[in-house]
Structure formats: C-alpha cells, structure tokens
Design a protein around this ligand. Structure first.
Ligand SMILES: NC(=O)c1ccc[n+]([C@@H]2O[C@H](COP(=O)([O-])OP(=O)(O)OC[C@H]3O[C@@H](n4cnc5c(N)ncnc54)[C@H](OP(=O)(O)O)[C@@H]3O)[C@@H](O)[C@H]2O)c1
Length: 278
C-alpha cells in the first residue's frame, strides 16, 4: 500500500510502500518472546512489524531480523517515539537515534509520535524534529498515533509534511468513521491497532455466528474487516498457531457479512484513547 506526506500545496512527498498487514509486538515482555514471535511471523509470510520504544523490545526485533538473515528491505519496521520522550526537538532526534541503535538498522521505515505530546507547546517542535529525521533519511516515513481530528487539524499550521499514517484503535466494535475521514482528509492512512480489541471481543457471540457462516475463525473476521476497510492492520499474537491463523484471514471473503459486522459497533475502547484529549 502506498503512503506519502501531503504538503501545503497539496503535492505528495517521500512516497513509500507499506505492507498493509503486520505483526504488533505490544506486551511481548518475557525474554525472547518478541524475537521468537517475529521469527514465527516472518516464517508465516509477515513482512511488517509494529514495535515502539515503549514496548522495550526494539532490540529483539532487530535481533530477529539478523537471526532470520533476511534482506533489510524485505521487512517493514514501524516504531514509535515514546510519549514521555516527546518533549522537544533535540529529545526527539536523540530518541530516534536510540531506536535506530536498538533495532541495529540504518533506517526505520515508519516512525510515529506515539500519542499527542502532553504539553501542546511540544507538538510543533516534536513534529519538526520528526521531519528532520525524515529529511536525513534515518526514517523513510513519519506519522502519528492516537491523534484526533483536532490534533490533525492543528498540524496544518506547523507541518511541512503532514503525517502519512494515524495509528489508532480500530475494530468492528470501534469503527470511528469521523476520525477515519479526518485522517484521510489529512492525506494519511488509518493504521488499525487492537483489531481484536486486545482479545476482549474474540468471544463475542455475534462474531462467532458470523464466523460460523463464513467458515472461518472469529479473529479472522475482525482482522479482515479492518483490512478491507483500507486500514493497515497489525494484530498481536505470541502464539505460533494464531500468528498463522491471523495472516490467513487475508484469504477470507467477508463481503457477504458486512452488514452484520458493521452492526457490531458499540464505541468500545479496549485500551487508552488520547484522541479526545485537548
Ligand atoms: N499506538 C498505540 O497506542 C497502540 C496501542 C495498542 C496497540 N498497538 C499496536 O497494535 C498491536 C495490536 O494491538 P493489541 O496488541 O493491543 O491487541 P490485539 O491485536 O487486538 O489483540 C491481541 C490479543 O488477542 C489475542 N489473539 C491474537 N490472535 C488471536 C486469535 N487468532 N484468536 C484469539 N485470540 C487472539 C492475543 O493473545 P496471544 O498473543 O496469546 O495470541 C492478545 O491477547 C499491538 O501489538 C501494537 O503493536 C498500538
């Protein structure tokens, strides 16, 4: 999938290609859990890994890539500037370099501001530093996470390059049409985190009925829904069988059940939601 950064005159800059499906590695905290899961995912055909400074496993992601002996260009790595580190221009640059060192890579494919910096005064300098990292070639693309429509609108005042993605919680129980539209209006793709609502909703009986009719698993319905809505979709699993099950969802045709899946909407937030913060 193509991603790019919109500029003030409406043109596109720094165009990059992102695999629309990937592995999320949040809460992989046991020793080697992340490395083992990334290796299982690469084996299963994944080519995109979503990590973050906050997950404390960037080093294991880098180790897995080295261990698998794959070409760096064949795997797309997303990582994120920790919210507590998003406090100014110099700090942002330092922490980007730190992530590069932990990943043991010459570049990051996609670098995200993990959440709107708590102090609104920090938002412009942090983004200007993200743009600097982009211009240096340390990162191939930059974006945001957990930004609401108002945060995106405010960026137009200070961004030379608008974000190419906005990573937010998105799944059948939280479909966020207005936020998705605002993201697309800013020239960005929506990147769907917690497509399984952190596992909270895998046992939803309504989802089970849909899955039975489609002859697939409940998790596959939720994942494919996000994907078919045009979102970059990054389910997490440390379980080798589920890692395979989740990528196999890309082969499931859910079109006959779209109405039933859309009806699962209940504005359910499984994690945090900084999109509504001022
Ligand atoms: N930017 C942000 O603020 C933010 C916030 C949250 C998440 N994220 C990113 O998005 C990724 C995914 O979100 P998430 O980790 O919150 O939750 P998720 O992917 O919605 O759900 C993960 C949970 O579902 C379970 N699971 C996975 N596949 C399953 C299957 N086929 N059947 C049944 N259960 C299954 C997992 O357990 P097992 O591991 O045991 O399979 C885990 O408990 C994260 O890893 C992270 O990369 C970003």
């Amino acid at each position: 999938m193509r991603i790019s950064h919109q500029t003030a005159d409406g043109s596109e800059a720094f165009v990059h290609e992102v695999p629309q499906f990937g592995l999320g590695v949040f809460l992989m905290t046991a020793e080697d859990e992340c490395k083992t899961s990334v290796l299982a995912a690469l084996e299963a055909g994944y080519s995109h890994i979503d990590t973050a400074s906050m997950y404390n496993n960037e080093r294991e992601v880098g180790q897995a890539l080295k261990h698998a002996n794959v070409e760096r260009e064949s795997v797309f790595i997303t990582t994120k500037l920790r919210r507590g580190h998003a406090i100014g221009y110099e700090d942002t640059i330092e922490h980007c370099k730190e992530s590069l060192a932990l990943l043991d890579s010459e570049y990051i494919d996609l670098y995200l501001v993990h959440a709107p910096p708590v102090d609104p005064e920090h938002r412009a300098p942090v983004w200007k530093a993200m743009e600097y990292c982009l211009e240096q070639g340390w990162v191939k693309a930059i974006g945001v996470s957990n930004y609401g429509a108002a945060h995106l609108e405010a960026m137009k005042e200070y961004a030379t390059y608008m974000p190419c993605v906005n990573q937010v919680e998105y799944n059948p129980w939280l479909q966020r049409p207005h936020l998705k539209q605002a993201t697309e209006d800013a020239g960005a793709r929506l990147m769907a985190y917690s497509p399984l609502a952190r596992g909270d909703k895998v046992d939803d009986p309504r989802l089970a009925e849909i899955a039975t009719r489609l002859n697939c698993t409940p998790a596959q319905v939720a994942i494919k829904f996000c994907y078919d809505q045009g979102c970059i979709t990054i389910p997490k699993s440390s379980n080798p069988k589920r890692i395979i099950e989740n990528i196999a969802s890309l082969n499931v045709d859910i079109s006959s059940e779209m109405e039933a899946i859309m009806a699962l909407e209940e504005n359910y937030v499984s994690g945090w939601d900084p999109t509504t913060e001022l």
